[in-house]
Every structure is written in structure tokens, then in C-alpha cells.
Design a protein around this ligand. Structure first.
Ligand code: MG
Length: 386
């Protein structure tokens, strides 16, 4: 297994496309590509990178891809089995999980069991099954490298410390930054009428639609809070969310002596993607230099938990062990898709998630099966509102 060879899950999404830009720059071999539906873009990626396997989750789209790639030696596989085949591809040392949502859980666990290094961009996997995933990674000696920009920043800040001589968490607090999204400064009443187009225009980052809506509700920061708890073994009271509208400081770590180490860069996902792929080395990247004089000021403020109720809800849910985080995550995914189809309002996203959490019973010592069942129940409940 060569660590320089990657399997890429979710190649046609925003993170997937940027991963391929980085792979091209670094000259990495792409052993497998996987996507939900595929089509022309996936075909072009396959012809360009020549993987041995292309997995398409949707069965009809997989048949179409077989025809498209009929003149090549590339094997086209489908469904969940196909995604798993793509991640366990023998030549690949690193699996980049860039799919959106809980669909990433089983393939991530399969990659861990196969001893792959995981470049994790699928935060929902850790939100819904963080304990199970981290336990499996420890048992199989699989390294998980964060691709989410905040978690990459935290990981980089922690390098400043080195191993703690006394054991235990080397840090006192994680300062998790958030841009505040397009609706920063608005009141709850003003958010009643916002449109899909407004929710999809993020001030600093160009991302896929699901995460962009999550950034507008601040649910994204709630999901990242839970992701950070699992990745760094942090208790909820050790993580502080800070609004930082410029998106230059990607997060910080405060140590015992009150030193705060921060990671700064232009907001560009290709940087955390590359660091996850080259760690522990740093190589020249596609990200432009940071011009602090031109930026002028970096500011920080408290999040408004009364207006951004999804963040408050996520911070409360983070304290509950069991299936609650999976319910919240799945209900949010379903509610965001209803909002994107204009079937519910922007505040309706919170209402749907709240209702799912109130009506589905938490299972404290949950198995992966319990989590997947809770996920399905939450989705069904929310979809009935559409
Ligand atoms: Mg992020």
C-alpha cells in the first residue's frame, strides 16, 4: 500500500474536485473514484486519472457509466458494495472521504478496517458515529487526518506542542472559528423570510449547497464542534465557538500556560486537503500567499445563540451520548434538502431538527446498526413535513 496513492470518495463534489487539483499538482496516483451519480464529470475524471475502479452509488447512473467507460479497462461498480470496493482498493494507502452525509459511514469504517489512512472530509460520519469510528481507528491503527479547515487548523496548532510528557490532553481549550455566514448580525425575525438564494451566497467560501446552508444556519459549526470533540478527545466545555468574519484564522488552540496558537491562511480548501495528503511534510501549494496588510483587521465576537438556534441545539446535543447526534445530523440533512427544494422555510430547518430530537428516543450505548436505524427514522420523520 502506497500512502501516495489515493481512493477518492465523492470525487464530483466541491472537495472532490479540489482534491483532484491537489492530486494533479502533487502527482499522486488515483486508484479509485466514487460518486453518487457520476455522468459527464465523473467520466472526464476517470479518463484523466485512469483509476482501476470507478464506483457509482446510484444503480442507474452506474449502468450509464459502464457504457461511457466501455472502451476502457476501468471496472465500474455500484451501490454501497461499490463504494466499499473503492475504498479498500489494494493499491491505495489513503482514502479521501469527501461524500456529504451519513452515506460515508460504512465506507469509512471499511477503510479503517483495511488499515488505510483516512483524509476525512465527511464530518457527518464523526457526528453520527464518532465514538465507534475513533474506537475502530484505534483498534486498527488507522490514522485519521482532518480535511475540514477548522480541524486541520487545530491539528496544525497541536503540532506546536509535541507529545505531552504527562499524558492526557495537551491543550486547555480549542477556539473553533466560524465566519458567521451570510446572515451574521440579523435577528430571528429577519431570518423568517430569507430565500434559498440568500442562504446559498456565503461571504468567504465557495462550497457545496448542503454545507453552505449549514453555514447559514450555523449548524455547520455545531457539527464541527462534535467533530472536534471526537477527533481531539475534547470535552464540550473545552471547545469555544468564536465568530471571525474574515475567515483567515481557521481555528486556534489554547495551552495550559494561556499561549494561543493559531493557523492562518487565505480561505482555500486546497490547503487543508493538501496538508492531509502530505502530512507531516509541507509542499508548495495552489493557495495564494496571505496579505495581512491588505486584510488589515482580524475581528472576533460571540455567536448569537438566540438567532442561530441550530448552533445552540447542536451544542446541547453534543452533551448527549448515544444516537442523539445521529438523529440531529440526519434530520438536518433531510431538512436542508427540503429547504433547497423550497418545501420548508429557513427557520423550518430548526423546527424539523428539534421535532426529530424531541420524538425519537435516545439509545445511550448505541451500535453502528442503532445509529443507522436512528438516522433512517429521523429522515423519514422530516421528509413527512415536505
Ligand atoms: Mg469547516
Amino acid at each position: 500500500m502506497n500512502r501516495q496513492n489515493i481512493s477518492l470518495l465523492g470525487s464530483t463534489g466541491s472537495i472532490g474536485r479540489q482534491t483532484l487539483e491537489v492530486a494533479q499538482l502533487l502527482g499522486l496516483k488515483v486508484c479509485a473514484l466514487a460518486a453518487n451519480t457520476g455522468g459527464q464529470l465523473l467520466e472526464a475524471q476517470a479518463r484523466n486519472f485512469r483509476p482501476s475502479v470507478v464506483a457509482v452509488y446510484n444503480e442507474n447512473a452506474a449502468r450509464d457509466m459502464k457504457t461511457r467507460l466501455g472502451d476502457t479497462a476501468i471496472r465500474v461498480v455500484s451501490g454501497m458494495d461499490g463504494l466499499i470496493e473503492a475504498v479498500v482498493c489494494p493499491d491505495a494507502g489513503t482514502v479521501v472521504t469527501a461524500v456529504v452525509g451519513t452515506v460515508g459511514l460504512r465506507p469509512t469504517l471499511a477503510a479503517i478496517e483495511a488499515g488505510k489512512r483516512i483524509a476525512l472530509a465527511n464530518k457527518e460520519t464523526l457526528v453520527c458515529a464518532g465514538e465507534q469510528v475513533m474506537r475502530a481507528a484505534a483498534a486498527h491503527g488507522a490514522q485519521i487526518l482532518p480535511v475540514d479547515s477548522e480541524h486541520s487548523a487545530i491539528f496544525q496548532c497541536l503540532q506546536a506542542h509535541g507529545p505531552a510528557s504527562g499524558g492526557g490532553a495537551p491543550f486547555k481549550r480549542i477556539l473553533l472559528t466560524a465566519s458567521g455566514g451570510p446572515f451574521r448580525g440579523r435577528t430571528a425575525a429577519e431570518l423568517q423570510q430569507v430565500t434559498r438564494r440568500e442562504a446559498l451566497s456565503h461571504p468567504n467560501w465557495a462550497m457545496g449547497p448542503k454545507i453552505t446552508v449549514d453555514s447559514a444556519t450555523l449548524m455547520n459549526k455545531g457539527l464541527e464542534f462534535i467533530e472536534a470533540m471526537h477527533l481531539y478527545g475534547a470535552r464540550p466545555e473545552q471547545i469555544k465557538v468564536l465568530i471571525h468574519p474574515q475567515s483567515i484564522v481557521h481555528s486556534m488552540v489554547e495551552f495550559t500556560d494561556n499561549t494561543v496558537v493559531a493557523q492562518l491562511s487565505v480561505p482555500d480548501m486546497r490547503l487543508p486537503i493538501q496538508y492531509a495528503l502530505t502530512y507531516p511534510d509541507r509542499l508548495p501549494s495552489l493557495t495564494p500567499e496571505l496579505d495581512l496588510v491588505q486584510i488589515g483587521a482580524l475581528t472576533f465576537e460571540e455567536p448569537d445563540l438566540e438567532t442561530f438556534r441550530c448552533l445552540k441545539l447542536a451544542l446541547e446535543t453534543a452533551e448527549i451520548r448515544g444516537t442523539a447526534c445521529a438523529v440531529m445530523n440526519a434530520a438536518n440533512e433531510a431538512a436542508v434538502s427540503l429547504f433547497l427544494e423550497d418545501k420548508i422555510t429557513f427557520p423550518g430547518i430548526y423546527d424539523a431538527v428539534r421535532a426529530a430530537l424531541d420524538s425519537i428516543k435516545n439509545i445511550p450505548d448505541a451500535t453502528v446498526e442503532d445509529i443507522l436505524a436512528a438516522d433512517r427514522e429521523a429522515r423519514r420523520l422530516v421528509m413527512d413535513r415536505g
